[in-house]
Ligand binder design. Structure first.
Ligand code: MG
Length: 369
């Protein structure tokens, strides 16, 4: 598919989150979101959001840096007919540019993203990610609230000192039918015996977690491999996997029993598909991860979550979970399932008036003549 870009629009929009979200490494109250529009001369525009966050605490990229990388390095190369892969790193920025161009191309062909990726189902189950709470009681209240609304999977953020007790309490409150994944965002130390013991207790079968995500530092593949030999539940890698090459290395070391797949982190949908396909071939279960996306990223995640290797619960909820007012029409769930969009491209577009209202910076780069 070839799209002839006449330019690229970069917008910075600021959106308050519906509620604060606390992980081992950050406490988020709003998102500055970089929205990319691929402008095509004789066809529909394409849209994507860059999932970089305000601060580089999850991944080295951050919103303001991604804006500069796109403005000065990636967009000028692409508009000059060169490859953005001349630039190293900057996966989230690259994914946004690739995604916007792909959306434009798919819209012009009248083809959906799900069809392009090869989804095998049109409904996916939700998974509600819950940050760390003020107290165990508070977490239990929030968790049971989501389960009562029909959601059947939870992801609980954990960190040293906030692990076995809160997760066990949630399990007791929600019963055995709810899937639970725990995510440490690399906050444990593989050289610390107390940390490793806590992770072993967390993976105890009486708690019944489906996977332990990213317990150790992203670069500590050997630590993850040691833990994987020591516990029975899959060690799921998130921040450690930036490419299919990283996944090959992790698999060779025995460090990876499951993968959290985020399109932005791995540099775009093409690389994400490669990672998915390798996981499918190797029998590695995948979960579609989330970055508190707007509707633009949610549409992408719905398609990814519907791929055949995605058998672990995703980070995927209705729009209202994230934003009181989204920049696209809201996605809703029905009894814990959501529909994969079937319209051309992402199957959804920003609402222009809302987008204009929340835009704090905007620039259009034109193809040189
Ligand atoms: Mg994670």
């Amino acid at each position: 598919m070839q799209v002839l870009l006449e330019g690229v629009e970069l917008r910075l929009v600021r959106l308050p989150l519906a509620g604060a979200f606390r992980t081992a490494r950050a406490n988020r109250t709003h998102r500055d979101v970089l929205v990319v529009q691929a402008l095509v001369a004789d066809g529909p525009s394409g849209w994507a959001e860059c999932v970089a966050e305000n601060d580089p605490t999850y991944w080295p990229e951050y919103t303001a840096g991604a804006f500069r990388a796109l403005h000065y390095h990636l967009v000028p190369r692409v508009l000059a007919g060169r490859s953005m892969h001349e630039v190293r790193g900057h996966h989230m920025a690259k994914a946004a540019l690739e995604g916007a161009a792909l959306d434009a191309g798919l819209r012009s062909e009248g083809r959906s993203l799900g069809d392009f990726l090869g989804v095998e189902r049109h409904q996916v189950s939700t998974g509600i990610a819950l940050g760390m709470a003020q107290s165990v009681e508070n977490l239990v209240t929030v968790a049971t609230g989501w389960v009562q609304q029909g959601h059947r999977a939870l992801k609980l953020k954990v960190a040293p000192g906030w692990d076995v007790e809160p997760v066990r309490a949630v399990r007791a409150a929600v019963g055995d039918d709810v899937a639970i994944v725990v995510d440490a965002n690399g906050s444990y130390d593989s050289d610390d015996r107390a940390h490793v013991n806590a992770l072993a207790r967390l993976s105890d079968e009486t708690i019944g977690v489906l996977a332990i995500e990213q317990p150790f530092d992203p670069e500590d593949l050997l630590g993850h491999a040691r833990l994987a030999r020591h516990v029975d539940v899959p060690v799921c890698l998130d921040e450690s996997i930036g490419s299919v090459r990283d996944l090959e290395t992790a698999l060779a070391l025995g460090a990876c029993g499951a993968v959290n797949l985020k399109v932005g982190r791995v540099g775009g949908l093409v690389e994400a598909r490669r990672i998915h396909d390798l996981c499918l071939k190797e029998g590695i279960p995948v979960r579609c991860g989330g970055m508190l996306e707007t509707g633009l990223g949610r549409a992408v995640n719905l398609a990814v979550a519907a791929l055949p290797a995605c058998t672990l619960p995703p980070d995927l909820g209705p729009s209202a979970r994230y934003y009181a007012r989204d920049i696209t029409p809201a996605f809703v769930d029905r009894d814990g399932t959501m529909s994969v969009p079937i319209g051309p491209g992402l199957g959804i577009e920003p609402i222009k008036e809302v987008l204009d209202e929340v835009t704090v910076n905007q620039i259009i780069l034109r193809t040189p003549r």
